[in-house]
Design a protein around this ligand. Structure first.
Ligand code: SAH
Length: 352
C-alpha cells in the first residue's frame, strides 16, 4: 500500500505517542522506549531488524506505519571534499535531497523540510521545480536514519538548510528538532543544530518562544537593501528587512546563541563595498555574525565574485568589527546546492 503523505513513518511519533500506541495494544510503556532505541540508536529501517519486541505489537504497528519512508534514488560522493549527496525517493514518488558534509571531526547533515519550495528565490534551484508539499516530521527524521544506516553512524551536527523553508512547515520542523534533540531520540545537542530561514517573521517570533534557545538561528539576508532583496527574495515583500530586524531584536535575549546572517555573494549584485558597510550596520544592531556564501550559479545572472572580491568584502566587515566566516560550498562537483540535483535529474515531476 502506498503511503501518500509521509505521515506513515514511525518517526512521526514522540515517545509519549509511542507509549500510547503500546498502551492501545495492551503493552507496557517500556516497550515504547525499546522501540525508540531501535528507531534512534540503531536506526532500524526494516522490521526484521527489531528483535526484542513482541511480534503481535510489531504486526499492529506495521499495519499503520513504516520504519523508513524514504528509499535511495542516487548517492553521489564528491571527490573534492567527500561530501555525499543523497537523492531520496518518498513513498509517494517524489524526490528530496540531503547532504552529509564531513569537516574535521564533524559530520554535518543538511536536511530538506519540503518537497520544492514556495519562496521562489531567484538564485535558488529548490523553488524552480515548484512546490509539491511539506515533509512530515517523520520524513525529516528518516533522512537522518537513512544516511546513518548507510554510513554506520549518526551525524554530529544538523543544519535545516536543504530544500524548503523550515518556518513554512513550522510544526513538523519543530517536532523533528525536539525528537532529534531528545535523549530518547537521536540525542543531538541543541548547540549542534542550526535552522535557516528566509525571514518568516511569525516563525521567528514563535520559534523564540519554544524554549529551544540553544539552537542556532540563521537568517538569509543576502542584501542590506530592501529593493534588491525583494528582487532576489520575493518573500521580502511580505516580511521586509526592517520587520525581520524588529523580530530579531525582540527575540535576541531569548536566543542564547549569536544569530547568523547568511549573505549570498553574487558578483555585481550584492558584493559592493557599500553593501558590506550597510550589512555591518545591520549585523551590529542585533549583534549577529555573518556567513558569506559565494553564490552557486543556478541562473546565469548570479555568479560568484572573484576570490579577491570575496576577501575584500570580508575585510570590510571585519574592519567594522563583525565576525565573518566564508562558506566554501561543499560538493560543487556533485551539484550540492539545495535543489540542484533534483532539478538536474529532471526528477521534479512526480513519478507515475
Ligand atoms: N529556506 C531557508 C533554508 C534553505 S536554503 C533559507 O532561505 O534560509 C539554505 C541557504 O542556501 C539559504 O541561505 C539560501 O539562500 C542559500 N542558497 C540557495 N541557493 C543558493 C545558491 N545558488 N548559491 C548559494 N547559496 C544558495
Amino acid at each position: 500500500m502506498a503511503l501518500i503523505s509521509g505521515d506513515g513513518s514511525l518517526r512521526n511519533l514522540t515517545l509519549e505517542e509511542l507509549e500510547d500506541a503500546a498502551h492501545r495494544q495492551g503493552e507496557k510503556p517500556y516497550r515504547a522506549r525499546q522501540l525508540a532505541q531501535w528507531l534512534y540508536k540503531k536506526n532500524a529501517c526494516d522490521w526484521p531488524e527489531i528483535k526484542n519486541i513482541p511480534r503481535s505489537f510489531l504486526d499492529s504497528l506495521r499495519k499503520q506505519y513504516c520504519l523508513c519512508s524514504l528509499s535511495m534514488s542516487s548517492r553521489l560522493e564528491s571527490c573534492r571534499d567527500h561530501s555525499v549527496k543523497y537523492l531520496l525517493k518518498t513513498s509517494d514518488g517524489n524526490f528530496i535531497e540531503t547532504v552529509l558534509i564531513p569537516q574535521g571531526g564533524r559530520k554535518t547533515q543538511c536536511l530538506s523540510t519540503q518537497i520544492g519550495c514556495k519562496m521562489g528565490c531567484l538564485f535558488c534551484a529548490s523553488g524552480q521545480g515548484g512546490f509539491v508539499r511539506n515533509l512530515s516530521c517523520g520524513e525529516i527524521l528518516d533522512q537522518i536514519a537513512f544516511v546513518a544506516k548507510d554510513t554506520g553512524s549518526l551525524p554530529t551536527n544538523l543544519v535545516y538548510m536543504g530544500m524548503g523553508e523550515p518556518f513554512d512547515n513550522y510544526d513538523a520542523v519543530v517536532k523533528s528538532i525536539r525528537i532529534a534533540n531528545a535523549s530518547w531520540g537521536f540525542g543531538i545537542g541543541q548547540r549542534r543544530i542550526t535552522v535557516s530561514t528566509v525571514g518568516i517573521v511569525p516563525g521567528i517570533r514563535r520559534f523564540s518562544e519554544e524554549g529551544l534557545n540553544q539552537i542556532k538561528l540563521a537568517v538569509s539576508l543576502h542584501s542590506p537593501d530592501d529593493a534588491v532583496r525583494t528582487r532576489l527574495i520575493p518573500a521580502n515583500r511580505k516580511y521586509n528587512i526592517p520587520e525581520i530586524l524588529k523580530a530579531l531584536e525582540e527575540a535576541e535575549d531569548k536566543f542564547k546563541r549569536q544569530i547568523t546572517f547568511e549573505y549570498l555573494l553574487a558578483g555585481e549584485v550584492t558584493d559592493r563595498d557599500e553593501d558590506a558597510v550597510e550589512l555591518a550596520g545591520i549585523a551590529k544592531m542585533i549583534h549577529a555574525k555573518v556567513n558569506l556564501i559565494p553564490c552557486n550559479s543556478v541562473l546565469k545572472e548570479f555568479r560568484p565574485p572573484a576570490e579577491r572580491r570575496i576577501l575584500e568584502f570580508q575585510k570590510v566587515l571585519e574592519k567594522e568589527g563583525i565576525r565573518v566566516t566564508v562558506r566554501r560550498s561543499a560538493g560543487q562537483d556533485i551539484a550540492a546546492a539545495c535543489g540542484q540535483l533534483r532539478l538536474q535529474e529532471g526528477s521534479v515531476k512526480r513519478e507515475t
